[in-house]
Design a protein around this ligand. Structure first.
Ligand code: GUN
Length: 292
């Protein structure tokens, strides 16, 4: 069994980006600049945004963190987005999700300039993805594609079962793997909460992407021997034995599934670190597009 090491792979990607930024600086080109908007004080979101800003510093990007209170109105947030859209210093920006309940998430995502939408959440970019046009691929599915590619996992003609149909992971993942591209050309089944007899599907799968957000959902008896297992889950499960009061659990029962899988991503250290590397890659791309 081979561990798909997202920590090591993302470190490699960050080194590659850092080298590209050095060259850009030598050529007196603009340094890529990412902004992140955080509304409220959701613990996980604060951790993720902090990690994104830190990663920018590591590769030599400029970064701006905009922290807004949980009471921020939708109109105020839309104003901030308009400001970022019009700020020539900013190459790309993200609005960290989830947003407080009184703010319409879709309205906010649609307000982001598609050319600065390094999360790839704008309908224009999602549409471009479905049409195989150049776009910003959202970070989590992009990171999984990169892992499959860099570990040279055969995907052409393989049966992929994606569990979960979220806009951020499951849906784009199913599109990417069906495309004519590296780590693509697969036959894809997208399963979700209404799927009947899910285990019958997963037992047939050559590659399983578990992205449903239920800790340790995928058990060994649902997996074919030699399958490739990608775990997208990151749920905080209360655990009194831990100092911080919780542990991070994936959607895969790692201990038992690892014995059957040919390749598997750990949690933490698998898909998670890849998402940050891919956000940086999208920011670099946004900067290059703006300064050809
Ligand atoms: N919340 C969970 N994942 C993401 C992500 O990739 N981008 C943003 N903006 N928010 C998220």
């Amino acid at each position: 069994m081979i561990i798909l090491d997202g920590k090591q792979t993302s470190a490699k990607i960050k080194e590659e980006i850092e080298a590209q930024v050095s060259v850009m600086k030598q050529q007196n080109k603009r340094t890529p600049h990412l902004a992140a908007v955080l509304v409220g004080t959701n613990g996980a979101s604060m951790t993720y945004v902090g990690a994104k800003v830190k990663a920018c510093q590591l590769v030599g990007f400029e970064s701006t963190l905009i922290e807004l209170s949980a009471e921020t109105t939708e109109a105020q947030l839309l104003n901030k987005i308009e400001e970022l859209n019009n700020n020539p210093e900013i190459d790309g920006f993200i609005v960290q999700l989830p947003l407080p309940k009184h703010i319409d998430e879709q309205k906010v995502l649609m307000a982001v300039d598609p050319d600065k939408d390094v999360d790839g959440f704008h309908p224009m970019n999602v549409g471009r993805l479905t049409l195989d046009l150049p776009t910003f691929i959202s970070a989590t599915p992009y990171g999984i594609m990169e892992l499959l590619e860099r570990y040279e996992i055969p995907t052409s003609g393989k049966h992929v079962v994606v569990i979960g149909r979220s806009h951020i992971v499951g849906r784009p993942m199913s599109i990417l793997m069906s495309q004519k591209r590296a780590a693509g050309n697969a036959t894809v089944t997208i399963a979700h909460s209404r799927t009947t007899n899910l285990a019958a599907l997963t037992k047939e799968a050559d590659i399983i992407v578990a992205a449903l957000g239920i800790p340790e959902f995928l058990k060994a008896d649902m997996v074919k021997k030699g399958a490739v297992v990608i775990d997208v889950g990151i749920t905080r499960v209360p655990d009194a034995s831990k100092k911080r009061g919780y542990r991070i659990a994936g959607d895969v029962d790692f201990e038992s599934v690892a014995e059957k899988a040919s390749h598997i991503t750990p949690v933490p250290g698998g898909v998670g670190p890849m998402t940050i590397a891919m956000l940086l890659k999208n920011t670099l791309l946004a900067c290059e597009r703006r300064n050809p």
